[in-house]
Design a protein around this ligand. Structure first.
Ligand code: SAM
Length: 296
């Protein structure tokens, strides 16, 4: 149990300092960033306002809320779940413990898909996102492509609800539709493009994950069998029936999975069209086509 660390009255700067010290002692890796994020979250300040208003006395109601947030962070809960939001592709997304917290690495897939759609000439492209979670990938893509229409599927009813809220929040609910189901199972008509960031962690790697991931993020979003490849196998087996001839699938992959994922899609008759690396130089996204690309 953590004792109440804040006595009233207290300035914003002192409240921040107390929280930073607590986080530092608890071994939290970004104590200043986390404390600032929580204080800005309760006060609705930007980082700049927090500096400008540092000597102001924090209202008691905000201080109490800040204290509750600090305690939750000390228990290991990720900032995104405490604040119920996460930025992705410079857009603000609602998240809760039914959804994976969007990762910056997934922006690689968004970029690859946007480049592809801009390159091809399809009127009103239809995009299907398998394992949509918060809907962050699909919504980011639709926000850049005013003609595109999107469909998101998730096995989690709660996650699907969050995705709908996010589509509405970004005024994309007239072009983004969400379904609950097992991968492509609820979809029965053709789409031009499929995207997926499926679970890809091996079951036995559970012990290697950080506490804020394993204790707070949904298992359904993380694990994919003994070798971490079950989701790719399930997806590759079912999508031909709904992917237009010439259509493509872009998937996010885990570190070191590219050869195995390539084999899974090759075995189902797909052709590799590209591999994209994340900022750490790790192969993070792969694209496959239903037909072989013509050479110029
Ligand atoms: C790694 S998370 C990705 C979420 C989101 N697309 C993102 O990039 O942040 C994988 C998602 O797949 C969903 N999922 C797991 N198994 C599924 C299945 N059999 N059918 C549909 N969705 C599934 C999980 O609920 C989770 O939301």
């Amino acid at each position: 149990m953590h004792k109440n660390i804040f006595n009233y009255p207290l300035s914003y700067a002192s409240a921040l300092e107390h929280a930073v010290n607590k986080f530092h002692k608890a071994g939290i890796s970004n104590p200043v960033i986390d404390a600032k994020a929580l204080l800005c979250g309760v006060s609705d300040f930007s980082n700049a306002t927090l500096i400008l208003r540092g000597n102001d006395i924090i209202p008691q109601i905000e201080l109490e809320k800040f204290w509750k947030f600090v305690k939750r962070r000390l228990s290991g809960e990720p900032i995104a779940y405490i604040l119920k939001r996460k930025e992705f592709w410079s857009l603000d997304f609602s998240v809760d413990n039914s959804t994976l917290i969007p990762r910056p690495d997934s922006e690689i897939l968004v970029e690859a898909v946007i480049d592809f759609i801009r390159e091809i000439d399809i009127e009103k492209p239809k995009i299907l996102d398998l394992g949509t979670g918060s809907g962050c990938l699909l919504i980011a893509i639709l926000s850049e492509l005013p003609e595109a229409v999107g469909f998101g599927v998730d096995i989690s009813k709660a996650a699907s609800k969050v995705a709908k809220t996010n589509a509405k929040r970004h005024e994309l609910d007239s072009r983004a539709f969400f379904f609950v189901g097992d991968w492509a199972e609820p979809i029965n008509s053709y789409v031009d493009l499929i995207i997926s960031n499926p679970p890809y962690i091996k079951n036995q790697d559970r012990k290697t994950l950080a506490k804020d991931i394993i204790e707070f993020e949904p298992n359904k979003a993380l694990f994919a069998g003994k070798d971490g490849l079950d989701s790719y196998r399930a997806i590759a087996s079912d999508i031909r029936r709904i992917l237009h001839p010439g259509g493509r699938i872009f998937v996010e992959i885990g570190a070191g999975q590219s050869e195995e994922v390539k084999k899974i899609f090759y075995d189902k008759g797909f052709y590799l069209v590209g591999t994209w690396h994340d900022l750490a130089g790790i192969e993070r996204c792969m694209g496959f086509a239903t037909t072989k690309l013509k050479k110029n």
